[in-house]
Every structure is written in structure tokens, then in C-alpha cells.
Design a protein around this ligand. Structure first.
Ligand code: CA
Ligand code: CA
Length: 293
């Protein structure tokens, strides 16, 4: 098994990043990850503003032998072993309330017995997830703060233990990296952060040939979800839906019009996050509607 230490951190997904190690399809890897502030934000006095190019370190990248452009890299998420303290920050120009807040609200919160102690009276159950996970894009480098077709800062709360995430392979070796784990997060991530926490992420990877797909998707609890990150929620909603229609047409006997009807009946379009440089949504459909998958 491979263990990659957190000091192997990158701040952009880039085809020119030097791989930390080479792994084969089927191997298991543990990525030790800083929290999204590179574990530096333990004192409110040190905080000024979020610089999207300086936060969200991702550990890696890993070069996957035999992964070639046009393949899919399946990432089976086995375990998220999180730290014991959550960090949160919001304030002016951050998150949905960024135009109203005049002061920074900074939180360091203990995790006890599978709960985040938010206030003395409020306990929030853990809902662990990976915020940043992706492969290198074929073109320009993309900051780890930005989600796009390669993955990146998608902040989807369903990217968690038991989920299989499928990422496009855009360059030889895929160059997989991940980090920015949250102890809990709701759909939207409205304050600009989740319950930011250091983590050891254990995954098993698998190279899939012959199923080329342009954007990330995942399978969790018997449902397939397309993910889209675009400038606006409208654009992301349209792309996630159209990609799910493509899945239905490819992996069932339905026409495109019938696929649209099916999604109108049983497809669920949900918001992942609204606070990153691109917004992310997901469209969910039970796998049972894709008999040829
Ligand atoms: Ca994030
Ligand atoms: Ca985060």
C-alpha cells in the first residue's frame, strides 16, 4: 500500500506537476491531507482574506500506470480518517453572506463522539466528505480552488466513504490528487467553507478503458450522479442533466425525448456548492434505469 505524506501538496492541478509516485490499477493508496488552510489557520489574528490560489492544497499527484487520455479513473473511497478539530471562517466577501457581513466569524470546533460541538447547545453529526479531488486537465493548469471538468474543488457532500467517483483521464498517468476534507457540510456550502479538517484518505483506484466520459460522475447507494461545475448554477444544471440524458440513451433502450421524461419523473437535480469560482450541481438517477450499464 502507498502512503503519501501531506507535505506533497499542490495548489493547482497541472499536467506539469511532478508525480509523487507511480501506482497500478487496483492498488490502494492513502493520501494524508492538510485542511484547506494548509493547517495554518489556528488563530483568528493570522487571517486576512481567502486567496483561492493559496488555499485548498491537494496531496499528490499520483501517476497511474496505464491510464491514458480517454480512459476513466475510478476512485473507490474506502476511508476518511479525520482530525479532531474543525476550522471554519466566513466574513466580508466570503460566501453567500459576504455582501452583508462586516466582521470575520472564525470557529475552531472540537469533534467528540462523532459530533461537531458547534455551540454548547448545538451538536452537528459528522458527514465526512472530500472537497477537492481531480485529475490534471489537458490544457492550462487549474487552481485547486476551482472545480471544472477535471474535478477539483467540487465540494459535493456525497464524495465520501463507500462512493466510487469516476474522473476523466486527460493526460498520461491521470495525475490524481485530493484534499480539502470536511467533517460535515450541507448542500450549498453557503458560508464558503465546510467543517474544514485534516484527513487521511484511503482509496483504491481502477483504470477503466472504453467508456470515455468528459466530466466527473459517481455511484453511491445504487444511484449514479453526474456532476457539473460551471460559472452559473443554470449552466451547471443544464450540463449535469444533458450528461445524464446521454447516460440513459447509451445504457438503456430509451430515446432522448424519453430519457428527458424519465429524468423529469425520477431524476433529482441538487446543488453541491454555490461559493467556489465555478458552481457545482449533481443529477441523480437510480442505476436500475440503466440496464446496459
Ligand atoms: Ca472546497
Ligand atoms: Ca473546504
Amino acid at each position: 500500500m502507498h502512503y503519501i505524506k501531506k507535505e506533497n501538496a499542490i495548489y493547482a492541478m497541472d499536467k506539469y506537476n511532478v508525480p509523487v509516485c507511480k501506482v497500478n490499477s487496483g492498488e490502494t493508496i492513502t493520501f494524508e491531507a492538510y485542511d484547506c488552510f494548509t493547517n495554518q489557520l489556528t488563530d483568528v489574528s493570522s487571517f486576512t482574506a481567502l486567496d483561492w490560489d493559496k488555499i485548498n492544497p491537494a496531496t499528490g499527484p499520483v501517476y497511474v500506470t496505464d491510464a491514458e487520455p480517454g480512459d476513466i479513473l475510478a476512485v473507490h473511497i474506502k476511508e476518511l480518517a479525520i482530525g479532531d478539530t474543525v476550522t471554519m471562517v466566513t466574513g466580508p466577501n466570503m460566501g453567500v453572506l459576504g455582501d452583508e457581513l462586516t466582521d470575520t466569524t472564525f470557529k475552531r470546533l472540537p469533534i467528540e463522539d462523532d459530533y461537531i460541538q458547534f455551540t454548547e447547545a448545538i451538536k452537528v453529526p459528522l458527514n465526512k466528505m472530500i472537497g477537492v479531488i481531480g485529475t490534471a486537465p489537458a490544457g492550462e493548469a487549474i487552481s485547486c480552488g476551482t472545480p471544472d471538468a477535471h474535478g477539483g474543488n467540487m465540494d459535493c457532500k456525497e464524495i465520501t466513504e463507500g462512493t466510487t467517483l469516476y474522473l476523466p483521464v486527460n493526460v498520461d498517468g491521470a495525475l490524481l490528487a485530493m484534499g480539502d476534507c470536511h467533517a460535515a457540510m450541507g448542500d450549498g456550502e453557503v458560508s464558503v467553507c465546510g467543517g474544514e479538517v485534516p484527513c487521511e484518505i484511503t482509496v483504491t483506484i481502477e483504470v477503466i478503458k472504453g467508456k470515455k466520459w468528459p466530466t466527473p460522475f459517481y455511484i453511491k447507494d445504487g444511484e449514479i450522479n453526474t456532476l457539473s461545475s460551471q460559472k452559473t448554477l443554470d449552466a451547471a444544471s443544464i450540463e449535469a442533466t444533458k450528461h445524464m440524458v446521454d447516460f440513459v440513451v447509451r445504457y438503456s433502450d430509451l430515446t432522448k425525448g424519453e430519457a428527458a421524461h424519465l429524468l423529469s419523473l425520477v431524476g433529482n437535480l441538487r446543488i453541491c456548492q454555490v461559493v467556489d469560482p465555478n458552481k457545482t450541481v449533481r443529477m441523480a438517477l437510480p442505476l436500475s434505469y440503466l440496464p446496459k450499464w
